[in-house]
Design a protein around this ligand. Structure first.
Ligand code: M6R
Length: 607
């Protein structure tokens, strides 16, 4: 969702801010804007729609000069997407401009209070109250006015503010919304997301809730909620610009699909010793014997990874495991206590529903283990324990390597936990570790299906509605395959437990309807095959995904994609790959905006 960035130094801020905003586009937005502190005060440019429109406006405004500025991509929450509601917002006296991510919950109350003092508001946004209140609180001391202002704000915010009276100085502040400071030489930056900074610096500082940063070209000072100066650690980013760029691929999604073998390696290799032991350094103080149940919670694809994790954990640890979407769990008053381990899964580490569910579970005494990709994110910090997937930046809205690395990390955790709980034999443990180590190579072989999947997409892309069916692990993969197709191609599809079709949904099967049958969970293959026969008898076309060497499936399905054989519990990591490619090529053939699908955002930071 919204993205913010800021720069102060000796170079023109405009191009740097616009570059940062382009890198934040993937988060989802519907308008954008920048403001700089020029020679004669604050100047602003805003545009509805793409950042490219803002770039056009910038190119037509040669006097838009200033070496200190802020920028924003807005995903509308309060007020329609238009130039007035786009950020930055300027105070009525023209002295301050602000960019803001998050939601100010008490904005209506603050606005009516300020209106009583005669302050006029221009936009419908919650954000405008920040800058108007700041100007109202200002008596020459920028920092003090900001501290006083944020003390009144309820909700969530990551903000950047510039002032006409203080050239070269930016203040940034954070509460429940991500904010990172980038350190340069003679120049410094801030952003909601590392991808906006990686072109300029590899040295960053993660801000924590309640903190304020004073950013000037010469340095950055940090203050706690009471205004006392504090020291913060610098973090060095290990990935380079290429990791956040397309590297010759037409879309980030395709690049990220293709990167899965490397991403899986990055998740697996540092955690395996002597090719037979899983070492989870991060969990050395976690006593698994304390728990008598496990809850998994997450949203979207991360929840689908959780559905796979539930199966693996129950199979190996023999404790009851539940998986539930965070948006439901948070309001369900779930039954859990100090003997419950809650596993939360999130690529971005910023999903609002997941964070709320974590807080609910913590209030009941549960222990929180997070599986997260973005280092230093809110979920990583909130959890008692955190395992990073180390998949590298994921830019496309549709997650691919994010999902597969979550699944493999859940599998590694399950094997480790079963070892701790003594519910797995040594032989089974070693055999699973060996299969996990081979996943990157098997993922590569699944990617070799690329051109065949493209042919399948050409054959089936005109279907307006289709089904994904499977049993057990195959069903969990069906959920993710169906979501992938829906979100980027806008084609309706439904995932069904294969055995459940006959209880109603089979009524929708008609001649020519495509059914994607997932057939890699071989323990239940015969059952799935009889479901295939049922839909075929009603005229459906069947595209099956099955293991290499499975001959029987060729007699049953119209088309078959074969993937390398792996342990039944690890099937999803490989089986999802052709489905990711299928969704990609169908969306491409249908002319969809693959990396930025309509109505969606990469990081869903609002409820
Ligand atoms: O960043 P998170 O993993 O917490 O995000 C959760 C979902 O919003 C996300 O998986 C979403 O469903 C993706 N668009 C799926 O591709």
């Amino acid at each position: 969702m919204c993205g913010i960035t800021g720069y102060t130094g000796v170079n023109q801020a405009g191009p740097i801010l616009l570059d940062g905003l382009k890198r934040l586009e993937y988060r989802g937005y519907d308008s954008a804007g920048i403001a700089v502190r020029g020679d004669d005060g604050i100047k602003m440019l805003k545009a509805t729609g793409k950042v490219s429109h803002l770039v056009e406006k910038y190119n037509e405004t040669p006097d838009f000069l200033g070496v200190c500025g802020i920028g924003h991509t807005r995903w509308a929450t309060h007020g329609i997407p238009n130039d007035t509601n786009a950020h930055p917002h300027l105070s009525a006296d023209g002295k301050f401009a602000v960019v803001h991510n998050g939601i100010i919950e008490n904005f209506a109350e603050i606005r009516s209070e300020l209106q009583k003092y005669g302050i006029e508001f221009k936009s419908e946004t919650d954000t405008e109250v920040i800058v108007q209140l700041l100007a109202y609180n200002y008596n020459g001391n920028f920092k003090l006015a900001l501290m006083k202002t944020i003390a009144r704000l309820e909700g969530s915010y990551a903000i950047g503010v510039i002032s006409a009276d203080h050239p070269g100085t930016i203040y940034a502040a954070k509460l429940s919304s991500p904010l990172i400071i980038g350190l340069g030489i003679g120049e410094n930056f801030f952003a909601s997301d590392i991808t906006a900074l990686v072109n300029n610096t590899k040295n960053v500082i993660d801000m924590d809730d309640g903190e304020v940063a004073e950013i000037t070209p010469d340095g950055v000072k940090f203050f706690d909620h009471a205004g006392r100066e504090i020291n913060k650690d610098i973090r060095h980013i290990t990935w380079d610009v290429a990791a956040a760029e397309k590297s010759g691929y037409e879309h980030f999604m395709l690049k990220e699909i293709m990167e899965q073998p490397q991403a899986l390696k990055a998740t697996i290799e540092p955690r395996v010793k002597d090719a037979e032991e899983i070492v989870l350094e991060e969990l050395k103080n976690l006593d698994m014997k304390r728990f008598n149940r496990i809850h998994i919670t997450a949203c979207g694809s991360a929840y689908h990874a959780g559905c796979v994790g539930r199966g693996i954990l129950e199979a190996l640890c023999r404790v009851p495991v539940e998986a539930e979407v965070a948006s439901e769990l948070r309001y369900r008053d779930p039954i859990m206590d100090a003997k419950t381990l809650v596993i939360v899964i999130s690529q971005s580490g910023e999903t609002a529903d997941t964070i709320a569910a974590m807080k609910e579970c913590r209030s009941k005494g549960a222990t929180l283990l997070a599986i997260v990709n973005v280092v230093g994110s809110s979920i990583a910090k909130l959890a008692d324990y955190c395992l990073y997937t180390w998949a590298g930046p994921e830019i496309a809205v549709a997650t691919t390597k994010g999902y597969t690395t979550q699944v493999v990390l859940l599998a590694m955790f399950a094997v480790w936990a079963a070892g701790e709980m003594k519910t797995i034999s040594r032989g089974a443990y070693i055999s699973l570790v060996k299969d996990i180590i081979r996943l990157p190579e098997r993922a590569q072989r699944a990617l070799d299906l690329n051109s065949r999947v493209k042919t399948m997409a050409e054959r089936y892309n005109s279907n307006s509605s289709l089904f994904f069916i499977g049993r057990n692990m195959d069903y969990a993969v069906a959920l993710e395959g169906s979501l992938k197709l829906k979100e980027i191609s806008y084609i309706h599809s439904e995932a069904y437990a294969a055995g459940e079709l006959k209880h109603g949904t089979i009524a929708l099967i008609e001649p020519g309807r495509l059914v994607v049958a997932l057939c890699c969970y071989e323990k239940l293959l015969d059952k799935t095959i009889s479901n295939i026969q049922q839909v075929k008898a009603r005229g459906a076309r069947v595209l099956a995904v099955a293991h290499e060497g499975n001959r029987s499936i060729f007699r049953e399905a119209d088309d078959v994609l074969t993937v390398p054989v792996t342990d039944p519990l690890l099937v999803p990591v490989i089986e999802i790959i052709p489905l990711q490619l299928f969704a990609y090529y169908v969306a491409k053939l249908n002319g969809c905006d693959i990396d930025k699908p309509k109505n969606l955002a990469k990081s869903v930071t609002v409820e």
